[in-house]
Design a protein around this ligand. Structure first.
Ligand code: ADP
Length: 424
């Protein structure tokens, strides 16, 4: 029998012998109360103890069972805590083995944790930087604007704060409400390769331009000064001239594209009055139609008087490309419409035609360099396959976008969207 019951029994017996039944019950209750108070006192002492290793007090009866259960739960909790710590260490170890830098940012934008690669690439200091705002670390204006905008669909390239020769690509993903994960990648080598590729294309194009101009010139002179030549030779000359024209256009487009890719940001940004700009585009379209001997109705509608912010030559080049395409891919008798209007997304220039249209399967790839729906038809019309790549690049440089919709044999619609808040 547990000691407590013996104590209570003895108290009751003593009460009954010395006084009366009432005293016996009171003594018993007092003994029970003292028993519970003692155990509660020990439990409270144990709960408030700073020593995590402190042993639970010994007890019998119901308190013994309570203490046993607490001891079991304590062991279980200790085990799961150990398991949790082990898996956190494992995750940290594997994150430290990554070549990419990983940084967690809390909902106030402060640095929480980072792996070894991030420490090296961003020059993070364990003591000093924990809890510091991310924007104190990455101070480039482009990154500041990117972070403030909170549109993290695309990564951003920044210079390493510790080594300006190192180019880093930073991608941000939200992993819990307001908490972000920063993935940092060293793109110095791939960027150098990309620069080499661009320089190569640009240099080759430059080198080709001069001999091509000479060949084209001689062919034209030959054509003019020797009308007596045999008809077959004349035909061959004309074909050579046409091919030289094509190559000149190609070289020209390659140079334009490499120039656009050369710099990330646009310069000479200004507000451009839209009506004269669109008039120029319309005139170019009409000249293209005349050159191709096509009877086309080209119209223009200016529905918004708001001017567009950007680089005039680039905007002009993008819109002229779209209208030139509409002319190329619309049969005689067709209609082309250029509209300037405003939507929730921004200021839009829409070029619509009722030409040959494009199959749905091609739409997502149209802006790739040299992608053609029908290579034979495209080269026959003097296309280089770079026009839409140039348009897309220009729109990206203006923080804008290009939307394409089309139906085969019904026509196409190209929309250049210039967002309301262009950030320069
Ligand atoms: P290209 O110089 O060959 O015209 P682009 O990059 O300008 O190259 O266009 C890519 C392809 O998209 C073209 O080859 C053509 O097949 C198709 N395309 C572009 N604009 C139109 C249009 N308005 N109507 C029909 N097809 C078009």
């Amino acid at each position: 029998m547990p000691l407590a019951y013996v104590g209570v029994f003895l108290c009751m017996m003593l009460g009954a012998i010395l006084w009366s039944v009432g005293w016996a019950v009171a003594s018993g209750l007092l003994a029970i109360l003292l028993y519970h108070a003692r155990n509660l006192y020990h439990l409270n002492k144990w709960l408030n103890s700073d020593d995590s290793q402190a042993e639970l007090p010994d007890a019998q009866g119901v308190w013994g069972r309570v203490f046993d259960r607490i001891a079991q739960l304590q062991v279980k909790h200790f085990k799961s805590e150990q398991e949790l710590t082990a898996s956190i260490l494992r995750i940290q170890k594997s994150a430290n083995a990554l070549r990419e830098g990983v940084v967690t940012i809390d909902d106030s934008g402060a640095l929480e944790w980072w792996n070894i690669s991030a420490r090296k690439m961003l020059g993070l200091n364990k003591k000093q930087d924990r809890g510091a705002p991310l924007l104190h670390l990455l101070r480039e204006p482009d990154f500041f604007a990117y972070y403030q905008q909170a549109d993290f669909r695309q990564p951003i390239a920044v210079r390493s704060p510790v080594n300006p020769d190192q180019l880093l690509e930073i991608a941000i993903t939200e992993f819990a409400k307001g908490d972000n994960l920063l993935i940092v990648r060293d793109i110095t080598d791939s960027q150098n390769l990309e620069n080499m590729r661009r320089d190569f294309i640009s240099n080759v194009s430059h080198e080709l331009r001069t001999p091509l101009t000479a060949i084209q010139g001689y062919l034209e002179i030959f054509q003019l000064h020797h009308p007596e030549l045999d008809i077959h030779i004349q035909k061959s000359h004309l074909r050579m001239l046409a091919q030289t024209h094509r190559m000149t256009n190609l070289v020209q487009d390659l140079l334009v594209l490499s120039r656009l890719e050369d710099t990330i940001n646009v310069s000479d940004v200004a507000y451009n009055d839209i009506e004269p700009l669109l008039k120029e585009v319309l005139d170019e379209g009409q000249i293209s139609a005349q050159k191709l001997n096509k009877q086309l109705t080209i119209t223009m509608h200016v529905e918004s008087q708001k001017s567009v912010m950007g680089v005039k030559v680039e905007i002009l080049s993008a819109l002229t490309n779209l209208v030139a395409n509409a002319v190329k891919y619309t049969h005689s008798g067709g209609h082309i419409n250029i509209t300037w209007h405003e939507t929730d997304d921004g200021l839009c220039c829409t070029v619509t035609d009722d030409g040959i249209g494009i199959g749905q399967e091609h739409l997502s790839r149209l802006t790739e360099s040299f992608y053609r729906v029908d290579p034979s038809r495209s080269s026959a019309s003097g296309g280089t396959g770079l026009g839409l790549a140039i348009v897309k690049r220009i729109m990206l440089r203006h923080n804008g976008s290009l939307k394409i919709s089309s139906k085969e044999n019904q026509g196409s619609r190209f929309i250049c969207i210039f967002p309301h808040q262009n950030i320069w």
